[in-house]
Design a binder for this molecule. Structure first.
Ligand SMILES: [Zn+2]
Length: 624
């Protein structure tokens, strides 16, 4: 295996309000209340230079359409109003993470603007605040990885749809501004397996704060990968932890194969001139009456690619060839669907006879390859320019670039690596200091590590191992610890938080709307026997849809104000009395039959354990 150098950058959404306005952080799938259109224009830097990535997007002349709802979007997301000060809770959480990872918190925190060119930010930049540097994280028994930076960022808009014809790209505004913790490691990862372990360890670190958002798309990993002799590639947008190993492995393979192509190009003595002077020739006539629907009657252009036979078809990743890389460029730079190259023919209904004709017209020798594009002249010339540039890069090996993670572990070209000078200060927000006092206060109440939690829950709280393991990384863990410290029964509390809430959520209750206060209130009612284990969940169901009602009102609605011990005893005593003959006959074996009757009569008024206890006591009395 080639030598690998890899670093991970994790972006975790926080389950709190937005970072620079006070809108709530949730996504909506229904129709937007409004849409706004914008265009991107690249502006030269103070040194008179244009960012390559910005130029590439601008040339495509897209219109960005933003869709928003009033409920979770305000003028800040639209960049019509200056940002508000950084959210205090978000800052506290990121400081917790920094302290847990022994990262050095900066004396002064500056909010910066990072240029974003794909339209995913209405302002053209993303706000980011570097909070700490350094620190480390243990990823397995033997290895600790150095952390480079921990930052607080605002999330970008969510891609909605694309209208290629109208050159429009749609975004949803709801995600814009959700706080993200960005944690970047040093490039110390040396195997694909370590990449996965690192991502897992970072995930745990972020989750023990109990404020990490859960679910698809809430955590995103970027990978920086290079092999010896290769180049730094940034693979963006991996949302699936299970895919990380494969992404790294396949990128290593891609770089290895590109280095092989470079070597082969040298052996074949291909010169730069060969690529710089591609002869583009119109071939539409050849396919006028073709049997292939793909090309029949279309405007087709072709070019000879000198001495590149069999290299275009060389596999770089499973199912992706060097031809796929050329195709990516043509998609990105000329807006076409792709290319057809000689190493994949005959195919698509194009016949051997037609291929021979193309070869004759392009004056191919046995060593050459050819490429066809289906496009009008102007686009075709753009396409061949992109192809020539990518071939020139192949002479040098691996081009540095940003790539998108694909679902199978492969990746595709997305854009050039952004220039280094794309950060500049956010002038709308003053820098601020994190005081020693504040840090000390936070360090006194740091979340426990998973191992510490497991020990506390099983040994001191006497939770079953199964419940304890589930609770350790749950977002209710810290709340659970607080409740047990306040005297609530650990098992009962854990069962409610881990299982009860899931159950009523499946039954349609809006569990996420229940506040910790409301949950504690319900547990308190259970403790004072105003609710039973059975009615507790029903009560919370009512509470989740009725925030204003008083406790008494809800209990009344429940129709099951629990019986007091005296009331219970009265009812049970009556049942025992009624069945005295039966009890005489059956003795102790009467218990289960009577238990059934009592449960039926007292349904929802008391829990089974209490009923059973009182019933046993009453039976003993009856015997005397
Ligand atoms: Zn807002």
């Amino acid at each position: 295996m080639p030598k690998l150098k890899c670093g991970i950058e994790v972006h975790q959404q926080l389950n709190i309000g937005k970072l620079f306005c006070r809108c709530p952080s949730f996504l909506r799938e229904d129709k937007p209340n409004f849409t706004v259109e914008r265009k991107l224009r690249a502006v030269a830097s103070e040194l008179g230079e244009f960012d390559a990535a910005a130029l590439e997007v601008m040339q495509k002349d897209y219109t960005f359409v933003y869709e928003g709802n009033h409920e979770n979007t305000c003028l800040v997301e639209l960049d019509e109003s200056p940002p508000m000060p950084i959210d205090k809770e978000a800052l506290k959480i990121v400081l917790e993470v920094a302290l847990l990872a022994k990262s050095q918190v900066l004396d002064k925190v500056f909010v910066m603007r990072k240029a974003v060119v794909d339209g995913s930010n209405t302002s053209g930049f993303q706000r980011t605040a570097l909070v700490s540097t350094g620190g480390s994280l243990k990823i397995n028994e033997k290895k600790t990885i150095e952390i480079q930076t921990i930052a607080l960022e605002e999330d970008a808009c969510r891609p909605s749809k694309k209208d290629e014809e109208g050159r429009k790209i749609y975004y949803k505004l709801d995600r814009l501004g959700i706080p993200l913790i960005e944690l970047a490691t040093a490039p110390e990862i040396e195997t694909p397996e370590e990449a996965k372990q690192t991502a897992l360890a970072i995930g745990k670190l972020l989750r023990i704060t109990c404020k990490a958002m859960r679910g698809l798309g809430t955590i995103r990993q970027d990978l920086n990968i290079s092999i010896e002799g290769g180049a730094r590639i940034e693979i963006k947008g991996c949302q699936d932890l299970g895919l990380i190993e494969e992404l790294v492995r396949r990128e290593m393979q891609r770089q290895e194969k590109l280095l092989e192509i470079k070597k082969e190009i040298m052996i074949r003595q291909v010169s730069e001139e060969d690529f710089k002077k591609l002869q583009v020739i119109e071939l539409s006539d050849l396919f006028k009456n073709s049997e292939s629907k793909l090309v029949k009657g279309k405007s087709i252009f072709g070019a000879r690619i000198e001495r590149m036979r069999e290299l275009l078809g060389k596999e770089l990743q499973p199912g992706r060839r060097f031809g796929s890389e050329l195709s990516d460029q043509v998609k990105a730079k000329a807006g076409l669907k792709g290319i057809i190259h000689s190493d994949e023919l005959p195919n698509y209904g194009i016949t051997q006879k037609e291929i021979t004709e193309v070869k004759r017209k392009l004056e191919l020798t046995l060593e050459d390859a050819f490429i066809l594009v289906i496009a009008e002249k102007e686009k075709a010339s753009k396409a061949f320019q992109a192809i020539a540039e990518r071939c020139l890069q192949a002479m040098k090996g691996v081009p540095e670039e940003t790539r998108n993670a694909l679902e199978d572990g492969n990746s595709e070209y997305s854009r050039p690596l952004p220039g280094a000078a794309r950060m500049y200060p956010e002038t709308d927000i003053a820098n601020f200091e994190v005081s020693e006092k504040e840090l000390k206060e936070i360090s006194k109440h740091l979340p426990l590590w998973p191992e510490e939690r497991l020990k506390l829950y099983t040994e001191k709280f006497k939770l079953s191992k199964q419940l304890a393991e589930k609770m350790v990384l749950d977002n209710y863990a810290i709340f659970f610890e607080d409740l047990v410290k306040k005297g609530f029964d650990a098992t009962q509390t854990a069962v409610l938080l881990l299982e009860g809430l899931t159950k009523i959520s499946r039954e349609g209750a809006k569990v996420e709307s229940l506040t910790e206060q409301e949950l504690e209130e319900a547990l308190q009612l259970l403790k004072s026997k105003k609710l039973t284990k059975e009615t507790l969940l029903e009560f919370l169901k009512l509470r989740s849809s009725n925030k204003q009602a008083s406790v008494e009102g809800l209990l009344k609605e429940l129709g099951t104000t629990s019986f007091s011990e005296t009331q219970l005893r009265e009812t049970i005593a009556q049942i025992v009395q009624k069945n005295s003959a039966f009890i005489k006959e059956k003795g102790d074996r009467a218990l289960s039959a009577l238990m059934g009757e009592a449960m039926k009569e007292l349904k929802g008024k008391a829990d089974g354990a209490t009923i059973s206890r009182i019933l046993k006591e009453e039976l003993e009395k009856a015997k005397k």
